[in-house]
Design a protein around this ligand. Structure first.
Ligand code: COA
Length: 384
């Protein structure tokens, strides 16, 4: 008898060497390196190299990788043109999915292979990973100006990945501190074992679809509020609470109505998500360094405390989305760009999994437990 497991909880769907989670101890590691170690010491470029290739690069490998990323920051005029035609009121995740899928058409040919033997072509997979990783940031940042009717800010080749992303978002060159904060955010969100969007990437990749379609599938999956879209909801929720003094009454009401508290809970962690711990520390540092109190942060701290009393028994603690949106808000990033930024960094993990899937590919085709009608005869419409 086949056992049905809702949400495939605890069912291994793949084997992977890319990242690991110890949900009891609250440890996340990329290729064996603990996430806080990487967030503290690495850059997004270096972490992406690690995820894609399995080991940290030496200095010449890193500078070559950085050079390739920089040289692929520009996107074709046609991609910009299609973005200009999209409604300014649309959600940036819909824009991103559209633009990434459209790139598959505008870069047709050598850059957009599908089927055939490409999965054995290590160079193709590697080159496409660099191109997509680089262009993801460009698309998200370009949308800031395009949706307001202005020309997008062109990428700069003299800035790091994080600094260029911030620069393209608002045209101001970020200081070292801001760049470091963005870099750490990118590192923290880059990979997280086989979550829903990574699974979507694997399923699409397993059919030998083009890498653009693999990414488009993953972007669509990340957008939902139960996954990457939760960071936006957290900020809306904290604004609605409107200050730490209102937390307890607000929480009691929500839990009595069996509503979800955004940014809380995770299938894999039974303790606080280590990324939430790191982001909270970053936020504390931000308040100290910038010398400005954050009402959202004060409210979040109180909400975490109140949730501990009510939800810890169920193993529900803050996840990555609980503090990230607050930090992005303080950095001046618009709320609807939080999840697209998540997609930019997670593209490193998606691409690493795509590569891993192709090295030993078998199409995903699970089974189901049928609960419908037995075989029956077709009756003419006048007899129904
Ligand atoms: N708020 C309130 N209760 C929550 C909760 C939350 N955010 N997350 C889980 N719970 C409760 C569930 O109601 C359930 O309670 P019950 O046993 O009394 O029915 C219990 O904890 C187990 O949760 P479950 O829904 O089975 O967990 P899951 O693994 O299926 O879902 C999430 C995981 C992430 C989808 C879920 O925790 C959630 O919806 N969180 C909010 C959205 C979010 O922040 N997503 C980003 C994830 S990184």
């Amino acid at each position: 008898m086949l056992e049905y497991v809702p949400g495939l909880a605890g069912v291994p769907a793949t084997k992977s060497k890319i990242s690991s989670i110890d949900g009891e101890k609250g440890i996340l590691a990329y290729r064996g390196y603990a996430i806080d170690d990487l967030a503290e010491n690495s850059t997004f470029e270096e972490t992406s190299y690690l995820l894609l290739n399995g080991n940290l690069p030496n200095s010449s490998q890193l500078s070559l990788f950085e050079k390739k990323l920089k040289s692929n920051r520009r996107v074709k005029y046609n991609v910009k043109k299609i973005m200009r035609d999209l409604p300014a009121t649309g959600h940036p995740m819909e824009m991103l999915q559209t633009a990434v899928a459209a790139m598959g058409m505008f870069y047709a040919g050598d850059e957009c292979l599908t089927g055939g033997d490409f999965c054995e072509d290590v160079n193709y997979v590697q080159n496409m990973s660099v191109k997509i990783l680089s262009r993801m940031a460009t698309l998200v940042a370009m949308w800031q100006n395009i949706r307001r009717g202005y020309d997008p800010i062109l990428p700069r080749d003299d800035l790091s990945y994080a600094a260029n992303l911030l620069y393209m978002l608002d045209g101001k060159e970020p200081d070292d501190y801001l760049t470091r904060v963005m870099d750490a955010c990118l590192v923290l969100h880059a990979e997280h074992t086989i979550n829903a969007s990574t699974f979507a990437a694997l399923v699409t990749g397993s059919t030998l679809a083009s890498p653009y379609l693999v990414m488009a599938a993953a972007i669509g999956t990340l957008a939902g509020p139960l996954h990457g879209g939760a960071n936006e909801r957290v900020v809306e929720m904290l604004k609605e609470i409107n200050g730490p003094q209102n937390v307890q009454a607000w929480l009691d009401k929500k839990l009595a109505n069996k509503e979800v508290i955004w940014g809380m809970g995770h299938r894999e962690y039974k303790v606080k998500d280590p990324r939430a711990t790191y982001l909270q520390t970053m936020m504390e540092d931000w308040v100290k360094t910038r010398g400005k109190l954050s009402k959202l942060f004060e409210t979040a701290l109180e909400l975490e405390r109140a949730c501990e009393d009510r939800l810890a028994v169920k193993g529900v603690y803050p996840n990555v989305d609980f503090y990230s949106g607050i930090l992005y808000t303080e950095m001046g990033i618009p709320k609807d760009q939080f999840t697209p930024l998540f997609a930019v960094s997670r593209s490193a993990g998606w691409l690493a999994h795509w590569k891993e899937q192709l090295t030993d590919n078998r199409i995903f085709r699970p089974t189901q437990i049928y609960t419908g009608e037995d075989i029956r005869l077709y009756g003419p419409i006048e007899n129904r």
